[in-house]
Design a protein around this ligand. Structure first.
Ligand code: PEP
Length: 254
């Protein structure tokens, strides 16, 4: 059975006190998650160790970073490597978020390298792809997302790919309050799965978890998660409110 994931991307939000309060609210909420269902919390780097400890006794909860650098170590002031993340017990890492692509000019080649180093160190990358608004308006989303996969993912072996989670995040939906409709999400998820099937075979494509991201909230989670090729979500803004995110996790396990 495919893994279903509700992942929280806290982005650059929250002081230490706020991060602890949010995590405590999640730790104290009760969930009935099945073995194939997981929650991944991706806080800012500085809170990773605290959260790893807070969630250590929660079997379905995992910790992820929001980024890692292309190199393993060296004179790269301010950067964090995949080796460092693995050494503190981080399991997941978001790679290629549209905000990293847009504000930090991360290219397809850089993201390919980040996937390589993350996988080399045993991390599970959550690889983000998705088209901007002008591309969607010209109905170019399929070609755009396929190019993102070709640029950063298709050099991986089948074994490496099997350790990836893909997140389809249309840029026009991130932080805008405007989510993709279930039909739009299903169509793109099925398309991404078909691209992976063509490159790697149907079996591995069917086994991969593909998350939807973009203004996901308690009010729309259930209908998006009900789509056959949507295996959960990557949640930004709504993951900062405990009550909202708790409902999203409930929608995953409904
Ligand atoms: C994200 O940052 O990955 C995201 C989907 O943000 P939001 O849920 O706020 O649109």
């Amino acid at each position: 059975m495919r893994k279903k994931i509700a992942a929280a991307n806290w982005k650059m939000n929250g002081t230490l006190t706020e991060a602890r309060q949010l995590a405590e609210a999640l730790v104290h909420a009760s969930f009935s998650l099945h073995d194939h269902q997981q929650v991944v919390i991706c806080p800012p780097f500085v809170y990773l160790m605290m959260l790893r400890e807070m969630f250590a006794q929660q079997p379905h909860w995992h910790i992820g970073a929001q980024n890692c650098f292309t190199e393993v170590s060296g004179a790269y002031t301010g950067e964090i490597s995949a080796a460092m993340l693995a050494s503190i017990g981080v399991e997941y890492v978001i790679i290629g978020h549209s905000e990293r692509r847009q504000y930090f000019h991360e290219t397809g080649d850089m993201l390919a390298r980040k996937l390589d180093v993350a996988l080399q160190h045993g991390l599970k990358p959550i690889f983000c792809c998705g088209e901007p608004l002008d591309v969607r308006q010209q109905e170019g989303q399929d070609a755009y997302v396929l190019q993102q996969l070709q640029d950063s993912v298709f050099h991986l072996s089948a074994e490496q790919l099997s350790r990836l989670v893909i997140a389809y995040e249309p840029v026009w939906a991130i932080g805008t309050g405007l989510n993709a409709t279930p039909e739009q999400a299903q169509q793109m998820h099925a398309f991404i799965r078909s691209c992976l099937a063509e490159q790697y075979g149907a079996e591995i494509a069917q086994s991969l978890t593909i998350l939807y991201g973009g203004s996901l909230k308690a009010a729309n989670a259930a209908e998006l998660f009900a789509c056959p090729d949507v295996d959960g979500g990557l949640v930004g803004g709504a993951s900062l409110k405990a009550a909202e995110f708790i409902q999203i996790v409930h929608a995953l396990s409904a």
